[in-house]
Design a protein. Structure first.
Lengths: 493, 314
């Protein structure tokens, strides 16, 4: 009798587990390479912060969608005055912060005023610089007045650094983020994982997943077994190393090579001899063989670029043929500039593989025309200090991962030390233009100017190597902004 | 005995003070501005200034050292720049992984090494000795991260007995925690056991050549009793020395293993903190490691006295 009981129990158990397995799965473990230092996107530049919280926990007035387009978020709609200076935002009603407090116009005012205050530690304070005043009209309406028209204002408000926070929780967001998104923060086991779960009463379409865990796996050697055992079901940015072909061959997984906003360039010190001479920079541009550099960049993937602009953007123009690969021409240009005997210079390389490995290829290519590069590996902290801040460098390789950042070429004192009034003029015009077609036209002009000036060596767009379970749907193919948006992710039935 | 302990302790404290000055000044010389690193390339100059003010980076060096050292004495390790939580909490969380890992690895390596060493010494020159020492040689030569990867592929990917890495936290239960630490502990313990087995064997062989061993054998004592009662005890001093060194190594030197198994331990913490220029965390962890090395050395000294009665009366 007892034996029968246990057999029955076992059968019941087996049935229960198999039906559970057949029901749609609602949990997910996502592997991420870097642990965020904290979880407040309004107080740090680390991409790792946005890759957890953006769109999942926090929302801004607008948001950036999967193809880089501006979508309404906490602002349901908006009106722009004819002079382009006054934005009136109609806010989403019924939205709540995860601590139960209501979202309203006061929160918007608080957020924007906090980000542009004197003691603000917002890493992208420049996004808010154009704002003159923020006024609450009624709980569901806010007007933002700009000092001068800014064509990119709506896009700027979609950055992770511009998400709306509440005065009650702003100070504690670093440890315990409280936003308005479809997921709420659960737990952060430092060094190990961050867990979020579906928020109650979300104002919009609720998330499909009940629970998601971001597991921090810094090493390629550890990431591959984690995927193969099923411990982790998705790596939006897989540190696969040379194991990628093995994963591609496995039908359980899907490998999606997308584009990031990371223009990987051979940054050149435009004020330092001999790189202050256009002919020298053109010679370098003629020498760089992008396909070979991509093949040697550590992953073997990447899209060649001829200027500082993402191929995924609608305003992109292909300028890779501005200075076609031509060694003889390059040598001639170098001779014209007075360097028949060659040039000796340094190449400072930060830690990522695209720089350290790609740098070897670049150095070998430039050797062909007589430019001898001494390779100096640097850490990020040193890079920021020596190259970025003190501009103590000749050449360096780095990926500029901020979205839509061609405007940096107009900045005074930026580390390329590029200075061209014609380019600055295009950027000024762009600032006061909000018509999309005209903006695209101006973006194209800007790309052309810096490509012709060969400001930097334009190499390739950094790839986004996404690997996930083939049954998963809704993960982003490209990353037009730093984010791992899980709001539409679900398991196929 | 008490004078002996006091002397060891005062040397230890002096070492700690010197170490604190060295650690603090070395990290101040390291290039890189923590504020710039946190706010990134697009940060404006006034945002950077505001952050430096917040972090107290504007004060003079000596003031900051005294603040920090005074804090250490009160058990206050300061506030992490990047995590903005108390350093002592971070260390406590991570030590809950690293300490058990080091202890398990140490117990494993001792449990393997001493019997192997005894076995090899008692069969000196015979086939058993050659096999044991050959295996030990292999254990010393194999890099532990490679061995770790092989373990992962066999036991996690292929046999599915244990997770491939990660740590569920002790709140997930004792067994779940130990299970997650099992492979990393084996990967750490094997090279240590190999070294320890070789040391045990050679220490034993040296002792076995002593006169009193011959005397013991001559008075008719069985070989096995001589080995256990006279030889092993006297051979323990070099073995203990190595054990003490190994514990410090296990605690501090787990960076690679913690990366391969993505365990949230002290090694990972200090590695992350260095790359993010979270100097106060680096300082805290390094000081803790220095202190633990000193403490372990004192304990080893006391253990010498246990195995060697002559030291007790000194």
């Amino acid at each position: 009798m007892t034996m029968w009981k246990s057999v029955l129990a076992a059968t019941a158990m087996a049935l229960a587990t198999s039906t559970a397995a057949m029901a749609q799965r609602t949990d997910l473990v996502v592997g991420v390479v870097l642990e965020p230092p904290h979880l407040d996107p309004t107080a740090g530049a680390a991409a790792a912060i946005d890759e957890i919280v953006y769109a999942n926990i926090f929302e801004g007035l607008t948001r950036i969608g999967p193809s880089g387009e501006v979508q309404p978020a906490l602002a349901e709609s908006w009106e722009i005055s004819d002079d382009g200076k006054v934005y009136t935002f109609k806010l989403r009603e019924g939205a709540k912060f995860h601590d139960g407090t209501d979202f309203d116009a006061e929160d918007v005012k608080f957020t924007l005023d906090r980000a542009r205050a004197d003691d603000s530690t917002n890493a992208q304070k420049g996004l808010f610089e154009a704002i003159e005043t923020v006024e609450v009209v009624d709980p569901a309406t806010v007007t933002v007045t700009l000092e001068n028209p800014q064509g990119s204002f709506l896009y700027n408000m979609g950055w992770g650094d511009a998400v709306i926070v509440a005065p009650e929780s702003a100070e504690t967001n670093k440890e315990k983020p409280v936003g308005t998104g479809p997921f709420k923060f659960d737990n952060w086991a430092k060094g190990s994982s961050i867990t979020i779960s579906k928020a109650d009463d979300y104002w919009g379409e609720p998330a499909h997943l009940d629970k998601a865990e971001f597991r921090i796996i810094p090493d390629a050697a550890a990431a591959v077994p984690a995927l193969l055992t099923g411990d982790v079901q998705a790596f939006p940015q897989m540190p696969a190393g040379d194991a990628l072909p093995q994963i591609e061959a496995d039908s359980r997984f899907e490998v999606v090579i997308g584009a990031t906003e990371g223009e990987t360039i051979l940054s050149t010190n435009n004020k330092k001899a001999p790189f202050d001479q256009l002919k020298v920079r053109q010679a370098i541009a003629h020498t760089l063989d992008r396909e070979a550099i991509i093949a040697g960049n550590g992953s073997g993937y990447g899209t060649p670029i001829g200027s500082h602009f993402s191929p995924a953007n609608e305003a992109y123009v292909d300028l890779t043929d501005t200075y076609p690969h031509d060694i003889e021409k390059a040598k001639a240009l170098l001779a014209e500039a007075g360097f028949e005997d060659g040039i000796k210079a340094t190449l400072k390389l930060p830690p990522p593989a695209y720089a350290r490995d790609g740098g070897q290829v670049v150095a070998a290519q430039l050797r062909e025309i007589g430019i001898e590069l001494e390779i100096i590996p640097v850490e990020w902290a040193q890079w920021l200090d020596q190259v970025f801040k003190q501009k103590d460098y000749d050449l360096t390789i780095v990926s500029h991962t901020e979205p839509n950042d061609i405007g940096i070429y107009a900045r005074d004192d930026y580390y390329f030390q590029y200075d061209n009034p014609a380019f600055d003029k295009v950027m000024e015009e762009l600032e006061v233009t909000s018509d999309q077609a005209k903006r695209n036209e101006l973006y194209k002009q800007a790309q052309k100017i810096i490509a012709d000036d060969a400001v930097n060596g334009y190499l390739f767009q950094l790839p986004k190597i996404g690997v996930w379970d083939a049954k998963l749907e809704g993960l982003w193919e490209n990353s037009p902004i730093q984010a791992n948006d899980l709001t539409k992710v679900q398991w196929a039935e | 005995m008490i004078a002996y302990i006091l002397k060891r302790l005062s040397i230890g404290i002096a070492t700690l003070i010197v170490a604190s000055i060295v650690v603090f000044s070395v990290l101040e010389i390291v290039p890189g501005d923590p504020a710039q690193l946190m706010l990134g390339m697009n940060a404006t100059e006034d945002a950077l200034a505001a952050l430096r003010e917040q972090m107290g980076l504007n004060q003079p060096l000596v003031m900051r050292y005294l603040d920090w050292a005074g804090g250490l004495l009160r058990g206050d390790f300061g506030q992490s720049f990047t995590y903005s939580s108390p350093v002592i909490d971070l260390i406590a969380e991570r030590a809950a992984v690293s300490l058990p890992l080091a202890v398990i690895a140490l117990v494993m390596s001792t449990a393997i090494a001493i019997p192997v060493g005894l076995f090899a010494a008692s069969r000196r020159g015979k086939a058993g000795d050659a096999v044991a020492m050959g295996a030990a040689q292999f254990g010393v030569a194999v890099p532990n991260f490679w061995f770790a990867l092989i373990l992962i592929y066999v036991f996690a990917v292929w046999l599915r007995l244990v997770p491939a890495g990660g740590f569920p936290g002790w709140e997930a239960g004792l067994w779940a925690g130990v299970k997650a630490l099992l492979l990393p502990a084996i990967a750490l313990a094997l090279p240590q056991a190999a070294i320890l087995a070789r040391v045990t064997r050679s220490a034993l062989l040296e002792v076995l050549g002593e006169d009193y061993i011959r005397t013991a054998r001559a008075k008719g004592m069985p070989r096995r009793s001589v080995l256990w009662r006279h030889a092993l005890r006297n051979a323990m001093i070099p073995v203990l020395t190595i054990l003490g060194l190994q514990f410090a190594f296990l605690l501090a030197g787990t960076i690679i293993i913690e990366n391969v198994f993505y365990l949230p331990g002290l090694g990972r913490l200090v590695f992350q903190a260095i790359t993010q220029r979270d100097l106060i965390v680096v300082e805290g962890v390094v000081m803790l490691l220095v202190a633990s090395v000193i403490i372990v050395n004192v304990i080893v000294d006391l253990c010498y006295a246990l195995v060697d009665p002559r030291l007790r009366t000194r």
